[in-house]
Design a protein around this ligand. Structure first.
Ligand SMILES: Cc1cc2nc3c(=O)[nH]c(=O)nc-3n(C[C@H](O)[C@H](O)[C@H](O)COP(=O)(O)OP(=O)(O)OC[C@H]3O[C@@H](n4cnc5c(N)ncnc54)[C@H](O)[C@@H]3O)c2cc1C
Length: 467
């Protein structure tokens, strides 16, 4: 008798799950089991934080109930490392006579090595791998001379031309009825988060409700509102997408359905949302094309010689949201309070750390990994290296964001900074992005750096690299 094993990773959903959908495509006498394996010590080394783990735990609970209704038992097993995962899966397949293993591809270096080792360890098991995390498979969007793109605009043009021909549709769940089983229990992989995670959908149904609401009500104004952190202008679905509660195919499908158009015919205001999903693909493709990105290395090797200051008290003030620069402090406090931060503010705090404070981008990347619910090596590394001017298609080093004008432009009524820094409420609205120009409230610090001279210091440090 066939025994099919589905190995869940960051794809914690039943609907439109390529690997699960393929495993379910069979007669009801085939045994189907499912596993989710932790790698506690490796994950600690990769700085997976409690928010991510707790959110994963919540999604696993709801997944196990959905799978049980399909007659599939989900086993959640605590292991130390990817090496231990390989050994455990090999033993499991042997002892339970697994004939077929189903998994969705992951693109970080360590995960790819692990999956390669699995193939080697299981010569007698048919291992079926699927493209699920991205819209187009890494390796299919290449330059004329078959290289990975390192610049986004040409990548996007090529991506779109390929996508028009190969658009994938969401996968169905096989409707054949199966006898349900009792959902499994396990010791939680994390008992409590560091932040209040109420912002994030916990079930597939919640995630679809949020997606449908976004495309019906906010997609049309996305272009106008996406940079303003004080309004709900974006989808806030990054946690669901990162942990695989939603697929990018489902996002595209929902948007196409709302506009009744294929994405290549979208008007600009709506296409700019799809553009972000293409950025997401871009960063996954880069992980495959440039493995050094998974290994703590700068994309631009010459920037490894940059003389970072890495002043511990500056880093501490940045992490605690006490730099005295309101938009930076609001973002850092939002991160710790909610496990999320608005994209515009992520760019501002990242540039402030790497340019004004001249601290190594890896310090910020690690801190984000420790707190973000949506933490993802590809997008996080991409965002940090873009901001630090060390990465692919990065911000030019001499274009340093001014956090005061960023705040005044994108949070004009200072609602966002006041939400996370209530002590600024006593400062006149017009001065809230530069409270040192008014009377500073007792509990709020003066700026820890002078914005003008620290900007010049960063530019000089980058210039020094050239010489
Ligand atoms: C320094 C820095 C670190 C970041 N770290 C992460 C991270 O660890 N995980 C993560 O998912 N995103 C990361 N981003 C990208 C982005 O900030 C978040 O994806 C975004 O804030 C999510 O909000 P949303 O769901 O409302 O996005 P929307 O604007 O609604 O966009 C839809 C989806 O597109 C994707 N997306 C949006 N913007 C980007 C982007 N710039 N790069 C890649 N994908 C994008 C996300 O999956 C998002 O859910 C980072 C950006 C920066 C500047």
């Amino acid at each position: 008798m066939q025994h099919r094993l589905v190995w869940f990773r960051d794809d914690l959903r039943v609907n439109d799950n390529a690997a699960l959908s393929a495993a379910l495509d069979c007669q009801s006498d085939v045994v189907i089991s499912a596993i989710f394996l932790t790698a506690d010590l490796d994950w600690k080394d990769f700085h997976y934080g409690r928010n991510r783990l707790y959110y994963t735990e919540q999604l696993l609970r709801s997944l196990s109930v959905q799978l049980a209704a399909l007659g599939i038992n989900l086993e959640v097993v605590r292991l130390d490392s990817y090496r231990a995962q390989v050994a455990w899966v090999a033993d499991y397949c042997e002892s339970r006579s697994v004939t077929d293993l189903y998994l969705n591809q992951e693109y970080q270096w360590n995960e790819r090595i692990r999956d390669h080792q699995i193939l080697e360890r299981l010569p007698d098991v048919a291992v079926h791998t699927y493209v699920d995390r991205v819209l187009l498979q890494p390796g299919t969007v290449l330059t004329g001379d078959n290289r990975y793109y390192s610049v986004f605009s040409p990548f996007k043009r090529r991506w779109l031309s390929i996508y028009q021909e190969r658009a994938t549709r969401p996968f169905d769940v096989d409707g054949r009825s199966r006898e349900s089983v009792k959902p499994n229990t396990w010791d939680p992989i994390c008992n409590r988060p560091d932040s209040d995670l109420s912002l994030f959908p916990k079930t597939e149904a919640d995630a679809h409700a949020s997606l449908d609401e976004f495309v019906a009500k906010r997609l049309k104004d996305y272009e106008m509102n996406r940079n303003n952190p004080s309004v709900l202008g974006t989808s806030r679905l990054s946690g669901a997408l990162a942990r695989g509660l939603l697929s990018p195919r489902q996002c595209v499908r929902a948007a196409e359905h709302a506009l009744n158009l294929p994405i290549w015919e979208f008007p600009n205001h709506a296409f700019s949302w799809i553009n972000e999903l293409i950025w997401r693909d871009f960063y996954q493709h880069l992980l495959v094309g440039f493995p050094k990105l998974s290994k703590n290395k700068a994309f631009r090797s010459e920037t490894e010689c940059l003389r970072w200051r890495n002043d511990p008290s500056d880093i501490d003030a940045w992490k605690k949201g006490r730099t005295g620069i309101p938009i930076v402090d609001a973002g850092m406090r939002e991160l710790v309070a909610t496990g999320w931060m608005h994209n515009r503010v992520r760019m501002v705090v990242a540039q402030f750390l790497t340019k004004n404070l001249l601290c190594d981008w890896r310090i910020g990347e690690t801190h984000f990994m420790e707190y973000l619910v949506d933490s993802d090596l590809g997008s996080n590394n991409g965002g940090w290296q873009w901001s630090a001017s060390t990465g692919t298609d990065a911000a030019p080093y001499f274009r340093v964001f001014n956090p005061v004008s960023q705040g005044e432009t994108h949070d004009p009524n200072a609602d966002y900074v006041t939400q996370f820094i209530p002590e600024l409420a006593s400062v006149p609205v017009k001065r809230r992005h530069s409270p040192w120009t008014a009377t500073l409230p007792d509990r709020y610090p003066a700026p820890i750096v002078d914005l003008k001279s620290s900007r010049q210091r960063a530019i000089d440090a980058f210039k020094e690299l050239k010489s």
